[in-house]
Design a protein around this ligand. Sequence first.
Ligand code: GUN
Length: 731
Amino acid sequence: MVAWQDGPRDSPKPAREAHVGRFEIKARDGRARVGALSTAHGIVTTPTLLPVINPNLRTIEPREMWDRYGIEMLITNSYIIWKHEGLRSHALEHGVHDLLNYPGAIMTDSGTFQAYVYGDVEVGVEEIVAFQRDIGVDVATMLDVFTRPDMTRDEVHAAVIETAERAEASITTAGDTMLNGPVQGGLHPDLRRLSAQAMGEHGFSVHPIGGIVPVMEQQRYADLARIMLASMPELPPQRPVHMFGCGHPMLFPMLIALGADLFDSAAYALFARDGRMLTPTGTVHLRDLNDWPLLMPCIAHVTPEEVRKMDKDRQMEMLSRFNLEVTLAELATCRQAVHDGRIWELVERRSHAHPALREAFLWITTSPARGTAPIPAAEHLLMNDRAAASDTSPDRGGWESAWDWVIEAQNTPGRGALRWAGEDTFVRPTVVASRRRLHRSWRPATSEGTVLILHGAPGPWRDRAGAHVARARASNPSLEVLVLSPIGLVPWSLEDLQPFAHVEGPEWLWRRPLDHAWVRRELARLHLDGRPFCSVDLRSDSVAEAFDAALKEAGLEARAEAEDDRIAEAEIALRRTQAVEKSMLDLHLERSTATNFVGAATFVMSSTGRIRNVKDGEGRHILSPRLGDGGLSLTDEGARVLHALGLPPAHAPATLTVVEDAVPFVGAGRNVMHGFILEASPSLRPGTPCLVLGPDGALIAHGVAQCTQQEATSMEKGIAVRVRGGLVPSS
Ligand code: GUN
């Protein structure tokens, strides 16, 4: 966050020359990223808005944008500068930064939008790029062909091809100047995909999503979401994505959650011209206001009535400032939400700002296959498949892989509690990703045997029922115990795993009656199809009696009351199971491998009775369950033991191989940096433990991945793995 200030602000420090054009992910929440774009005029923190400056018509001076608001980048139109002799000769002689009196980074557009509005422009493809280069812009834009929603498919296709054909000449002309390669394609997902693929193959620095202004003007936000989901997975992840002409703050959270990094808009000034004020929850009109919708600094000392009485110019300036301040504040809120792992919560909240935005949100999270059809009423119930729809539904109309693209990048386990906010909670990417991971990796210990489901009350379940579970298992070793969390069934060994373990919400979330048909489907997802099950309501007056009654009903033995030895053995077995099953989830081990890895483990326990350290049969400290989120931390020893097992990649921890030059650094415990990576395994995801190998396959470190496989092999800057232990002895 750049603080607002009254006096002049120092000019930015240029990024290191070799780094100019590189984009680094500093923090992420799934596909949403807080990033840093290196330019010759400073390092720009994203997501951010580039205010549009009309060089002929300045409402707020660029200098003030820099000094007062700390705006790190703005956008102006090179075509307007090129067309006006005075502006053109000034820019060519003294540069665009001097023309605008702005020390930060400057992006320019190319005249495409003018061609869209006025029909044509008289500048050449290479000419306009050369001009942008010559006036010293930080990011130039090629002359793309705008695709309107009302064009025929053939026209859109031709525009996509024409834009792609102009790419190489534009890049050659731009030379060292960073260049925007816009994605076109109108409302056609396949043409958006084609355009993103084609543009992604060229050496652009930034990819704007173009042709969306009319889509936004017509408030077709579900179409906007479809455009994003079609384009984004095809673009190289190391390049920031810019939303051309998007400046309404209510759209920021959704677009940021889908991977947008940069926004530009003249909306702050255009809306102000006719008395409209932007807020993150919609647009309001000055004429309707008794009070301000948000108390921003620029209007805190005046009333709406006083502003209505101001002369038009002063009023417009006031409202432009208000719009800009609101926009900057909402972007700060989005960035913080990314840091907090709560961007989708914000998307949910903002989706209520407008019916069309709500439609877009529901389309993204629940029903790409259903298009605009209403959600069946049954899906509004908690105990149905809504929580699971997105991980098992067979057909999402071709959008499945785009939704996968969102889900697979979601860092798990998330930080902090899952905050319930109604039914939207159950389709949050963090919930879907966690359930997927569970269903993909977890397998029951036995192929038959009864399942006991604990339900009715929130955790910590070990406190409520741990002793009873141990006793029940002492009498029935093959009993599979599960807990019903508001987001689905979870094995007892994972009862402390986020987000299952900690859902912040009303008590009744846990008190729903067990719907047997739903339980059956949920059991099938856990590979427990057809197993008999019984249940214990943890709200029972006597949980002990409820256990015995459930076991009896299932034809099993009651809990072992007196046999302390058997109970102690069962407790140890449960701890081993915990280490085994967490290893299955976090390290992708098959049960047999995980059992072998953990072996006859012993445990160091915390004062609250939780496992702190796991030592294998040979006394080596191999694992530490994380008490905060229920995940697993591998130790140096654990990494060595696992690597020595020589496991097949499909059933082994994620790995990442670095270049020879990086081995001494990473081997000594330094983080793995992008740009030094040879390859990575497909299972690499943000938040998962991974083994780091040298080019010869030797284990050199282990740590926690910060990226996906594709990012690992594409990004050029930033941390790929936070190394927990370097394993190359110093010589
Ligand atoms: N400004 C708003 N939309 C567009 C677009 O599609 N292309 C370009 N170059 N500029 C734009």
